[in-house]
Design a protein around this ligand. Structure first.
Ligand code: ADP
Ligand code: MG
Length: 695
């Protein structure tokens, strides 16, 4: 072994015990070089350094214990299993085996001493604690207490590669390091300037072979910080690489004609806000360049993003291209269809709707129109992206309420429209403000436009937090409101993870309101109604034929009825901030002062109390999002699917948010002076994520 060799370049097959077969299996774990095995980090540690008395065990812990067999029996309860009762004088525990051999059973004689390791399951009176398939070893009574193990790291494994194999490989890699081999240090100079960052090898040593069981604060150690910075940097760089890749592709050029745009804007019946005008300029300049727009349009609920999207759609259709607009719900898709049709059909543009629940025959006609290019603006749910849908000439993809979709889907849409080496432009819209630090990572492949101004005449919403016990008070208020000509939303939220139950709750609430307010017209809207029914109810509400609309959270996104000025949200304590903010955004759209009542059921948890207080204190979407991130973590903010994509090995976006500025600076540094670090960094930290494979 050449002492100067770099483990990043040394193939894993160099290690003992790794032949072609094992090497192939290791690639499933993203391991192909010896250095890769060092960066294959444990996800937890097991403490085998001390014995736990059975009487002191706690369910859920993994522990090492010893005991004497009292009884071993084979039982048939549902399935054949062997139960072995073991005691150490402080208590007893049942070892449970579903697979066992005869000789195994023979060896577990009454009186035999065992040393076991396993995860302790719940306690039960007749059987004591329970442990399924523990590791165990027969020992002589004289060997009791002879422990020579310590903490052991547990690694992500794969079929055919066991923990023991990984541990051996890691050990070998460390031996090579001791003999003078090296691993590449991928941190740029700017990061090294940070105080106290230890050597890479020391950091790795600490992660693989910790001295003591890590506590919650272990990430604060400089060793961890160092690796966290590396990982965040790798993510940052990979996102910017993604962005550059897209920028190199070709896209259609939409030359604008001012006259049609003027006609369109003139027909709106309102003036665009300065922010809307600015954002339209930003979008337009993207659309007339020969590269695909990748733009995130961020604007608080009610800031008027739809009309901006329509402007972009107009440009695309003028240039002879099709536009696809994807909305997260059918209700929202249909609302967009009505708006777009009203705005664009007078200009001779064909607007169509494609949603899952349409009759097959109807869909067939629309799909045909899309293929033939007759359909110019196609609005729908993800039904738009089924295989049968082939666009004649897709030039622009608009995604509304992006937080409902994942990065994956976003990238898939881009591929859908790729034609003759041309990629469609993409406009992604969201009302969920993304804290800057998070946006730097999760949306680094998108340019950002912000509508930071609401249309004039909006009134802030006054928010009240009330216990459900005060329901009579609310009913009185609704009564008064309705007499004043107000319209009211009554929102029933998810009590359990079941849409059926949620709809039932809405039905019950509607019934109750009808009984309590016999002179008021109450409508009901929920996710299990047919699209036509939903449309009909919405239409009646819009036309003021209904005064109260009882709805499930289907109205959360996008629904727009300016005259509605009172909203009551049941079980508000169960909702996250982002969702509450979205819901509340349905009121405060007209000229009247608006109110939102958050009903909760006592007792409130500390966290819930904090959430409701924030809602009462502010209507600033950004403040709410920052707080949301603090309280719930970034996964929820980025959307569930996105959370999976943002899976880190050592970093945690909320916990490590303070490092993100430094990471951004490091990234600039690398991009300007140390391009050679990019490839190894991305390989080291992200080689295993599918998302990056397609870059
Ligand atoms: P969001 O950004 O939440 O999607 P919408 O696009 O649904 O908001 O707009 C909310 C409402 O405001 C709609 O009724 C829309 O027609 C109206 N609107 C949009 N821009 C303006 C404006 N500049 N002046 C007045 N009303 C506007
Ligand atoms: Mg909207």
């Amino acid at each position: 072994m050449d002492a100067s060799s770099c483990l990043d370049e040394l193939p894993i097959t160099h290690l003992k015990g790794v032949g072609e077969k094992v090497a192939e299996k290791l690639t499933n774990l993203g391991i192909s070089s010896v250095a890769d095995v060092l960066f294959h980090l444990p996800f937890r540690y097991e403490d085998r350094s001390r014995l736990v008395a059975i009487g002191e065990m706690r369910a859920g812990e993994s522990c090492l214990f010893e005991g004497q067999v009292e009884l071993a029996e084979v039982v048939f309860r549902g399935r054949r299993s062997m139960l072995v009762r073991v005691s150490d004088g402080t208590g007893f525990i049942t070892l449970r085996f579903f697979h066992f051999s005869n000789s195994q059973k023979q060896a577990l004689k009454r009186g035999q001493w065992l040393r076991c390791f396993g995860e302790i399951k719940a306690y039960n009176k007749s059987q004591g604690f329970d442990v399924v398939h523990p590791e165990y070893k027969l020992i002589a009574e004289t060997q009791r207490g002879e422990i020579n193990e310590g903490l052991s790291a547990v690694y992500p494994a794969t079929e055919g590669v066991q923990q023991a194999t990984l541990r051996k490989l890691i050990k070998q890699a460390f031996v090579l390091l001791e003999q003078g081999a090296s691993v590449r240090d991928c941190l740029p100079v700017s990061a090294r300037a940070v105080k106290n960052l230890p050597e890479l090898i020391d950091s790795l040593q600490q992660l693989h072979y910790p001295q003591k069981m890590p506590t919650a604060e272990v990430h604060e150690s400089p060793a961890f910080q160092r690796l966290i910075i590396e990982e965040l940097l790798a993510n940052h760089l990979s996102m910017s690489r993604l962005k550059d890749g897209v920028k190199k592709q070709n896209a259609p050029i939409f030359k604008s004609s001012d006259s049609l745009q003027k006609q369109f804007l003139g027909s709106l019946g309102f003036e665009l806000t300065n922010a809307q005008q600015r954002v339209i300029k930003e979008i337009t300049s993207d659309l007339i360049s020969a590269h695909p727009m990748q733009r995130l349009l961020q604007g608080d609920v009610g800031s008027g993003k739809t009309v901006v999207a329509a402007c972009a759609a107009l440009l695309a259709t003028q240039a002879g291209y099709q536009v696809a607009l994807m909305a997260p719900t059918e209700l929202l898709a249909e609302q967009h269809v009505r708006n777009f049709a009203a705005w664009l059909e007078p200009l001779g543009i064909q607007v169509d709707c494609l949603v899952g629940r349409q009759k097959a025959a109807v869909q067939k006609v629309i799909v045909e129109d899309i293929r033939e290019g007759r359909s110019q603006v196609i609005i729908g749910t993800h039904a738009l992206f089924q295989e049968a849908v082939v666009f004649a000439k897709l030039g622009l993809v608009i995604i509304d309420e992006q937080h409902r979709f994942g990065v994956h889907q976003r990238l898939a849409l881009r591929d859908k429209g790729a034609l003759n080496g041309m990629s469609p432009h993409q406009l992604v819209m969201t009302a969920t403000p993304i804290p800057r630090t998070l946006a730097m990572l999760g949306y680094a492949d998108l340019d950002l436009s912000i509508i930071n101004e609401l249309p004039p005449g909006r009134t802030p919403v006054t928010t009240t937090v009330l216990s459900i016990e005060k329901r009579p008070l609310i009913i009185e208020r609704i009564q008064q409101g309705v007499e004043d000509g107000r319209q009211v939303y009554w929102v029933c939220t998810l009590i359990e993870e079941s849409e059926v139950l949620q709809c039932q709750a809405a039905e019950v609430a509607a019934q109750l309101l009808k009984e309590l307010l016999p002179h008021v017209k109450v409508g009901l809207l929920h996710g299990r109604m047919k699209a036509e029914e939903k449309h009909h109810v919405m239409q009646q509400f819009k036309e003021m034929k209904l005064q109260i609309l009882v709805a499930t959270t289907v109205i959360e996104v996008g629904v727009d009825v300016p005259n509605a000025s009172l909203m009551v949200i049941e079980n508000a304590e169960r909702l996250g901030l982002a969702q509450l903010h979205q819901l509340r955004g349905r009121v405060g759209r007209g000229e009247r002062d608006s109110h939102c009542v958050l009903l909760y059921k006592a007792p409130l948890s500390k966290n819930a109390n904090e959430r409701l207080s924030i809602m009462r204190a502010t209507s600033d979407g950004f403040k709410i999002a920052e707080k949301d991130m603090e309280l719930r973590g970034p996964g929820e903010l980025l959307g569930k699917r996105q959370a999976g994509f943002m899976r880190f090995k050592v970093a945690d976006l909320v916990r490590d948010a303070a490092l993100l500025d430094l990471v951004a600076r490091c990234a600039d540094d690398v991009l300007q002076h140390q391009l050679e670090l990019i490839e190894p960094l991305i390989h080291r930290w992200l080689a295993n994520s599918v998302e990056y494979a397609h870059v």
